[in-house]
Each structure stands twice: as structure tokens, then as C-alpha cells.
Ligand binder design. Structure first.
Ligand SMILES: NC(=O)c1ccc[n+]([C@@H]2O[C@H](COP(=O)([O-])OP(=O)(O)OC[C@H]3O[C@@H](n4cnc5c(N)ncnc54)[C@H](OP(=O)(O)O)[C@@H]3O)[C@@H](O)[C@H]2O)c1
Length: 267
């Protein structure tokens, strides 16, 4: 029996003591919310993003609540940026015996009519959402495999399975994220690495709130598709994020968990 096999009669833990969580897109929005939540339940955090000022602010907020965090600035839209994150993360991991978590949350909303999508749009959307998710997972999986355990959590979206005007490019990227979640889980399950995704509906981060304010007709259309009758708040996603990072989900892999107020089921 490995230390991660369930002990009969013992309740699973949702705590992350003894874990080191690398979170991309941690300077704001969903990634920041997850970073602060993980730190509160015992994880040491590596915060990644481009904006050093905002990363520093998140680190200070974690530290002032008694947690521990590092920051690494990297543009994950490029392979050089991904490699630079890998180098920074490797140093921190080498100095730590903790078990590893990766959350791939770097991304951005993108809505544009298919007829107007350019080659540059295609590369940018796929690079940040799919390529960075794949290659960050790859370098972290190697380290997780060395430790015979790991958890990867990707950010997919309801747009991975639904359509709307202007969502082709973003949906293609997020369908790719959900597909890669399943595919990587199959390859890495024998080594103890679990790969899952969270698929939120419209979630009122600072950026998304502004987009919704600027497009009231679209906002109403999206709102009306959520059968629970409201948009998500970042805090609505935290339960799923804790579950998928913690030992409570050790037998769950390859799954995209919809946290969408019933959007998907409601058609
Ligand atoms: N909010 C929603 O409605 C919603 C719904 C479904 C899925 N999602 C997905 O959830 C994830 C997080 O979204 P969010 O709403 O939290 O977005 P957000 O508030 O705009 O934050 C995005 C984060 O990604 C980072 N980022 C963007 N481009 C980057 C790049 N090239 N290199 C490194 N970091 C980059 C940003 O950091 P810097 O600016 O510091 O680089 C920021 O920390 C995304 O994958 C998004 O597609 C969001």
C-alpha cells in the first residue's frame, strides 16, 4: 500500500499541508482566488504570471495571512516563457520535499466572429490556453513522477462543449484543454499523476465583469442560459479546486468538472 491508498474508515482530507502548488495566471482572477485558498489550507504557493506588481501583491496577501508564496514572472504565450517558468519552478522544487500541484489558469476571454479571426489570434489563443497548459503540465509531470504523486488542474470552460456567436476560437482552445486533460490522465495515471479540469461558466472576475458591462445584450443572453439564474463568482469554483488538489480526489482523473450553475445540463 502506498501512503496515498485510502485507509478504511478514515475520512478524506481536503487540506493541502505538505504540498507545493504552482499556479499560472495567479496575478488576478480565478488563479489568484485559488492561490489564496490553497495557501489557507496549508500549501506553499508559486505564483506565475507576467505582471510582477500584481504577483507581488498576491504574495503579500498570502504572507500576511500566514502563508508562504514565491513569484515567477513569465509570458506563457511563448516557449521561452514556459522554459523560464520551468527553470524558476525547478529551483524551488529542488529545495523542497513537498508533493506537487499544478493549476493551469493563465488565459483570457476571447470573443470574435469566425470570419474575423486572424492567424495571429489563432496562435495567441492556442499558445496561452493549450500550448502553455500542455508544456507546463509536461515539465511538472516529470517532477511529479519523480515523487510518485501529483495533481494537475486545468481551466477549461463551458465553451468546450457549447457554442455561441464569436466563441469558435476560444471553444476550440478549451475543447483542446478538456481533451488533453483526459489524454494526459491516461498516460500519467500509472505514475500517480492525476489530471483533471474545471469548466466554469461566465465567472465575474474583474476582467469578465468589465466585458459583461460593455456588452449588456450578450451578458443577458449568457445569463439566461445559466439555469441557477446567476453568473459564477470566483469563490464558487474554490470547492472544486480544493477537491481536485486534495487527497479527497485521489481516485479521480481525466475528468472535466463543470461548475456552471447548470449551464451544460440545461442545454
Ligand atoms: N472568468 C471566466 O468567465 C472564465 C470562464 C471559464 C473559463 N475561464 C478560464 O479560467 C482561466 C482564468 O481566467 P480569469 O477569468 O481568472 O482571467 P483573468 O482574471 O483575466 O486572469 C488571467 C490570468 O492569466 C494570466 N495570463 C494571461 N496571459 C498570460 C500570458 N501570456 N502569460 C502568463 N500569464 C498570463 C494573467 O496574468 P498577467 O496579466 O500577470 O500575465 C492573469 O493572472 C482562463 O484560462 C480562462 O479562460 C474563465
Amino acid at each position: 500500500m502506498t501512503t496515498h491508498d485510502p485507509v478504511p474508515g478514515e475520512l478524506p482530507s481536503f487540506r493541502l499541508d505538505g504540498r507545493l502548488a504552482v499556479i499560472t495566471g495567479a496575478s488576478q482572477g480565478i488563479g489568484r482566488t485559488f492561490a489564496e485558498a490553497y495557501a489557507r489550507v496549508g500549501a506553499e504557493i508559486v505564483l506565475a504570471g507576467r505582471n510582477t506588481e500584481r504577483l507581488g501583491e498576491v504574495r503579500r496577501s498570502i504572507e500576511s495571512a500566514g502563508g508562504r508564496a514565491h513569484t515567477i514572472a513569465a509570458d506563457l504565450g511563448t516557449m521561452d516563457g514556459i522554459r523560464s517558468l520551468e527553470r524558476g519552478v525547478s529551483k524551488i522544487i529542488e529545495a523542497s520535499k513537498r508533493q506537487l500541484i499544478l493549476v493551469n489558469s493563465a488565459g483570457f476571454g476571447f470573443t470574435k466572429a469566425a470570419l474575423d479571426v486572424t492567424g495571429q489570434d489563432w496562435d495567441h489563443v492556442l499558445n496561452v490556453h493549450a500550448k502553455a497548459t500542455f508544456f507546463c503540465s509536461q515539465f511538472m509531470a516529470r517532477k511529479m513522477i519523480d515523487r510518485k504523486y501529483g495533481k494537475i488542474i486545468n481551466l477549461s470552460s463551458t465553451w468546450s462543449v457549447s457554442t455561441d456567436l464569436g466563441k469558435s476560437m476560444y471553444g476550440i482552445a478549451k475543447a483542446g484543454v478538456s481533451y488533453m486533460t483526459a489524454a494526459l490522465s491516461t498516460e500519467w495515471a500509472p505514475f500517480g499523476v492525476r489530471v483533471n479540469a474545471i469548466a466554469p461558466t461566465t465567472t465575474l472576475t474583474e476582467n469578465t465583469s468589465q466585458i459583461m458591462r460593455e456588452n449588456p445584450d450578450r451578458a443577458k443572453r449568457l445569463h439566461d442560459r445559466i439555469v441557477m439564474g446567476r453568473f459564477a463568482q470566483p469563490s464558487d469554483l474554490v470547492g472544486a479546486a480544493l477537491f481536485l488538489a486534495s487527497p479527497a480526489s485521489d481516485f479521480v482523473t481525466g475528468h472535466t468538472l463543470f461548475v456552471d450553475g447548470g449551464w451544460h445540463a440545461g442545454g
